[in-house]
Design a protein around this ligand. Structure first.
Ligand SMILES: C[S@@+](CC[C@H](N)C(=O)[O-])C[C@H]1O[C@@H](n2cnc3c(N)ncnc32)[C@H](O)[C@@H]1O
Length: 294
């Protein structure tokens, strides 16, 4: 099961209380949601969103004891405006985003998110709407691939990897995680491999971000979240790479200049050493919090 990251920090900053309406935009395995439900029961309401239908099933199983509080929605949080309108919810007391993937998604080989597990190169969080990664990778130009790797992976070997992908593609289409991981390993000279990080990490991250349009979704979802917060309500965002963190930081800064938000975390909160040693996945987490001005 996925282990919720920075759970104490989230609860201390989101400050859910009995009767509150809270929106979890990335419900996953409902780790954060379960703790929030404990605080808002018996009269509160929890809206849980996920674009992955399998995640919602798992969340629903993990929330049986709180089912009267919870409404689960299969959608992308970029549609938060419509989701809340449909539910006739005009304002929320707290909104949380815990970005990226759950351990469950990463570890399912057939979802194709990880170079560690041989499987189809899929990478879609929402398998009902987006294009699988193998379709994209086999039709992009070398320049397009290189740009994706540079922009979304901050990969310094972007040009070389793109060249190797095109060369491999001429022999046979790239359809599996193992194929892509092997191509990247050949493209980056072994002396430049990081001791503890797999050479294909940045490439997989970059393609995943593009396939799932994660940057656009984050910008739209955050704007909608801020618009729907009640005065005094808080938005918490946990991100896992610098690109996302920069977007959150800039968005909070812009809204605070306009007098809409008060920034609660001048610097992002990070997990304690104990949490990192207990749950390695938490090591790159950053939590930013802002409050809607009354
Ligand atoms: C890190 S997990 C959340 C884990 C959860 N907080 C927990 O404690 O169990 C992120 C979840 O958000 C979902 N997700 C990511 N981007 C999304 C988006 N734009 N719209 C809806 N769901 C999204 C993923 O499918 C995944 O299930």
């Amino acid at each position: 099961m996925h282990r919720a990251v920075m759970i104490n920090e989230v609860l201390q900053n989101l400050r859910p209380k009995a009767g509150n309406i809270i929106v979890d935009c990335t419900i996953g395995d409902a780790g954060h949601t379960r703790s929030i439900c404990q605080q808002i029961q018996p009269a509160g309401r929890l809206i849980g969103i996920d674009q992955d239908a399998e995640a919602l099933n798992r969340a629903s199983n993990n929330l049986k004891e709180y089912k009267d509080l919870c409404t689960l929605v299969h959608d992308n949080f970029r549609n938060l405006d419509n989701i809340l309108d449909d539910l006739k919810i005009s304002g929320a007391d707290g909104i949380i985003f815990d970005l990226g993937l759950s351990s469950f998604q990463i570890e399912m080989a057939e979802r194709g998110f990880s170079f560690r597990y041989p499987g189809p190169l899929d990478m879609r969080m929402d398998r009902t709407s987006q294009l699988p990664a193998y379709q994209l990778i086999n039709c992009l130009s070398q320049d397009e691939i290189s740009k994706i790797l540079r922009t979304y992976g901050e990969e310094r070997w972007s040009n070389r990897i793109a060249r190797y992908i095109i060369r491999a593609r001429k022999k046979a289409p790239i359809t599996t995680t193992t194929q892509l991981a092997d191509i990247v390993k050949k493209a980056i000279p072994a002396r430049n491999w990081h001791r503890r990080i797999h050479p294909a990490t940045k490439t997989f991250q970059a393609f995943r971000i593009v396939i799932n349009q994660e940057i656009e979704a984050l910008k739209q979802g955050l704007t909608a979240a801020i618009a729907h917060l009640n005065p005094g309500g808080r938005v918490c965002v946990i991100s896992f790479h610098s690109l996302e963190d920069r977007i959150v930081k800039e968005k909070f800064k812009n809204y605070s200049r306009q007098g809409v938000l008060k920034i609660i975390t001048k610097k992002p909160l990070i997990p304690s050493r104990a949490e990192i040693s207990d749950n390695r996945r938490s090591r790159s987490a950053k939590l930013r919090v802002a409050e809607k001005v009354g």
